[in-house]
Ligand binder design. Structure first.
Ligand code: BGC
Length: 500
């Protein structure tokens, strides 16, 4: 049952959008739109008190995931520690994200004297065809192998590497996967709208290896990592204050370093040796939380009817509840659903053709940031965007209404995003450090980082001027390129052989 607005509004701290909004008013709204806006605002506003309750429940779910397998937030073991900063070598990295496939040749210099940069990159990016995301496993691996093949030719890698002397390969696979070792990853469930048959429940490392073999490609797959782990490792390579790697992009998730003694579900070294399983020697291990799945039981998050609609129409209803309220893939869709609802009730875009607006996922997050950011005279940039994306010509009140909605959705997203990180920090007793963040929302939404920091302050009770003990959001280094190469270099070292 969707909670009513009343359930998540803390009356004491609730202030209407008029008081909170940072946008200058550009037009008066007719009373019926004004009323709609107030109702929506109440549904979308998450008070400071509510944020704290969410964080409390979040901590419980993180703990459950660390103690047992099969919990809602899986807290996946990533089988890697932090880098020393001295890792060296050349690695090919492959990054399967929500929209692109990226192939990089990464050269790590470690702390070699004379090297200008600690790493160098040579890369190519390929857009994932839309039908690949709903196709089958063979289509996916064939697409990847073809791009690898093209990269080998383009960069003349065949002159240096062969099947007998393969190039180390690292794979950033940004979906929930359980790992028994670093070169193995069983996909739990697709997220971010992917629905490729024949991969869930299978080891993606094995499937990729088989395709490399079939295509005779000169690579040895060394590691599979999550993008959050990559962001944390790449950032820690340069910045020892890194505590968390977080992605606020198409999806949302974070990784941090947990003490082995806190990972209750990790079998002991002797059990692992007896079962011929990989033995891990560090005292801390990276955990890929996969907290996009937080509150799949719908106990605490304030979901609106539009969130319920997004979930019901997604390939995996009931999954990734937290992600569906806060990540980039869904923010534009929320905005679109609100406009459609009002158009259906003849409150917006009367006598205009709304067919483009009715296409699912017709609007992405950048549309929202442009609206909030628009400083053009008479909001011509916003009007142009409506016209080019949706073939609509909004009236002044419609422009005004849309800007307010864009702001509400983004504010809620940023405030919720703070909850996941705050839960990790309070659970671990972390009071300061850097949250290395990557992803389109973190990098491209102009106000995200500040809103996120404000919400962190509300949750953790930072007083103004209490400068020292702060958890700061920083821009992550390249996780799926450099981060993945570092993890591969650490693993090669662990196996006792330097491959350059
Ligand atoms: C995936 C995570 C990933 C996150 C950010 C989520 O949908 O399940 O593995 O880290 O998106 O890309």
């Amino acid at each position: 049952m969707a909670p009513s607005a009343q359930q998540h509004i803390d009356d004491e701290s609730y202030s209407s959008w008029r008081q909170r909004s940072e946008l200058e008013k550009m037009a008066d709204l007719p009373p019926e739109l004004e009323e709609e806006l107030t109702t929506l605002d109440k549904d979308f506003w998450v008070s400071g008190k509510k944020l704290k309750e969410i964080v409390q429940r979040f901590r419980e779910e993180l703990d459950e995931g660390l103690s047992k397998n099969g919990q809602n937030i899986p807290m996946n073991l990533a089988w890697t520690g932090l880098p020393s900063g001295k890792e060296k070598g050349t690695v090919l990295t492959l990054d399967l994200g929500g929209t692109n496939l990226r192939v990089c040749k990464v050269t790590l210099h470690g702390d070699r004297k004379g090297a200008k940069e600690k790493s160098e990159l040579d890369q190519k990016q390929y857009k994932l065809p839309k039908d690949l995301k709903t196709g089958d496993a063979d289509g996916l691996w064939t697409f990847i192998a073809e791009k690898l093949e093209a990269f080998v030719q383009d960069k003349k890698l065949g002159e240096e590497y062969s099947k007998e002397k393969p190039m180390p390969l690292g794979f950033t696979f940004s979906y929930p996967a359980t790992q028994d070792r670093i070169d193995h990853a069983v996909l739990q469930t697709w997220t971010k709208g992917f629905d490729i048959k024949g991969v869930e429940g299978n080891d993606v490392a094995q499937q990729l290896r088989e395709k490399l073999e079939e295509k005779n490609l000169p690579f040895e797959l060394i590691c599979v990592i999550n993008d959050t782990v990559g962001a944390m490792i790449a950032s820690a390579y340069n910045d020892p204050k890194t505590i968390i790697g977080a992605i606020f992009g198409t999806g949302c998730n974070a990784a941090y370093m947990a003490s082995l003694s806190d990972i209750k579900k990790l079998p002991s070294n002797s059990e692992r040796t007896a079962n011929k399983q990989h033995v891990y020697t560090g005292d801390k291990m990276a955990i890929n939380c996969e907290y996009g799945a937080f509150d799949n039981a719908h106990r605490i998050l304030p979901r609106t009817k539009f969130d319920t609609q997004i979930d019901a129409a997604s390939p995996r209803p009931g999954e990734q509840t937290f992600e569906k309220l806060s990540a980039g893939l869904y923010l534009g869709e929320l905005f679109r659903l609100i406009l459609v609802d009002l158009a259906d009730r003849s409150l917006l875009f009367q006598s205009q053709d709304t067919s483009k607006l009715r296409e699912p996922y017709a609007i992405d997050t950048s549309f929202l940031s442009h609206l909030e950011d628009d400083e053009s005279p008479a909001f011509t940039a916003t009007r142009d965007l409506f016209s080019s994306t949706l073939s609509l010509t909004p009236t002044d009140p419609e422009v005004e209404f849309s800007r307010r909605i864009a702001e509400m959705i983004a504010v809620r997203g940023a405030r919720l995003c703070a909850c996941g990180v705050a839960a990790i920090c309070t659970k671990e007793g972390i009071r300061e450090g850097h949250v290395a963040a990557d992803g389109s929302v973190a990098n491209k939404h102009p106000k995200f980082k500040r809103r996120w920091a404000d919400a962190m302050g509300e949750i953790l009770g930072w007083e103004d001027g209490d400068g020292a003990a702060r958890i700061e959001i920083t821009s992550a280094e390249d996780g799926s390129g450099v981060g993945c190469a570092i993890v591969a270099a650490m693993e090669i070292e662990r196996r006792g052989g330097a491959k350059e």
